[in-house]
Design a binder for this molecule. Sequence first.
Ligand SMILES: Cc1ncc(C[n+]2csc(CCOP(=O)(O)OP(=O)(O)O)c2C)c(N)n1
Ligand SMILES: [Mg+2]
Length: 410
Amino acid sequence: MPVAGAMLRCGLPLLSRVGGGGRVLSWPDALLARSWSGQAEQHSPAQDDKPIPVDIPVPFLAHNCDPPPQHTETSGEELFRFFRVMNVMRRMEIASDLLYKQGHIRGFCHLYDGQEAVAVGMEAALTWEDPLITAYREHCNYLGRGATVTQVVAELLGRQAGCSRGKGGSMHMYHLDHHYYGGNGIVGTPPPLGTGLAYALQYLKKPNVAVAMYGDGSANQGQVAEAMNMAALWKLPIVYVVENNHFGMGTSEARASAHHGFYDRVGYIPGIKVDGMSVFAVKVAVAHAKEWCLAGRGPILLEMDTYRYHGHSMSDPGSTYRTRDEIQGVRRERDPIDLVHKLITKEGLATAEELKALAKECRAEVDAAVKESEASPEPEEAELFTHVYRADTGVEMFGADRHASRLQRN
Ligand SMILES: Cc1ncc(C[n+]2csc(CCOP(=O)(O)OP(=O)(O)O)c2C)c(N)n1
Ligand SMILES: [Mg+2]
């Protein structure tokens, strides 16, 4: 099959950060820039871009707005890209799990495997000019904003090649140039901080939308409601994305939330419930929500129905408050990578064998990044107090309680 063969020969690095001429690209563009380079003879964009119809079988549920369409189009290029990116994300999380269990990663570490379609589908509908903020389960969101696997894994290992030079660890990933605001360990903070990002967009008259992510467990916090009130009052361009993976640590949504459902709980803010295991449903819903906000209609809420395969964090085996059957059932019936796999084979773009080889390539890519991270040195002792505060504000805080300030000396 010529298209599949050409695609499978694209064994190129997965994520690049900035395209030619320093233009900031969204990751699909960036990925394309890398994937197409040098591939012209093997690869026919015309063939790969042929539209492929996709049905979204799980109905969108809408509250106070029209639902997005139940069908969309994709292309061979997009399908292979989704397949590769989600595979790399999953392998990276599995590798991190192993490194943690071997004692090489310490401290907090929250894995994202199972939820990949949310990060990937969102980025397919956004650009890196649309600010994104999330909580602590963030490794894959950071990848989606253009980071490399090495930047993530080395950070988890506390090495200089990490995105915070090994001094932050999990939950402290940030990419100012790509409008990625982390990485926040305090539950419920992305909605108020994201509302500030949306306020800035409105104030600066930018044609963009802010996206603030939080979980089903965080949704009951007061600060979430306060932020939404302000966003609705001022018609701020913000998409609140609640990743409903059905548990906050070991507490099920049924035990924590008086109202079942998150998309329809804020009377005055429209919302849509989305199959968060389908990268296509997520992409369509986020595109719909972005359009809503850019039309000046104010905030909108998307509930992503998703599932995490690992426990809450590394200290949670994840199987005491849910059954192994439940986890296996989701893997079997709703796995986000499987969905894309099925479409690729159904369309005859590649065989199962070829996709297995492609997945193996993604695994090798992650293994190489782990090796590179392990080879990177730990931060120098002299770096212990650098990058704690931003240096160029003109003000220096000092004292044990950091309450005193003085003008910075040059
Ligand atoms: C203000 C605050 N309270 C409690 C915690 C401890 N905590 C960390 S994660 C978490 C559960 C949050 O669950 P959810 O919002 O559903 O996100 P998920 O972990 O499922 O992605 C809690 C209670 C915290 N980090 N911050
Ligand atoms: Mg949750």
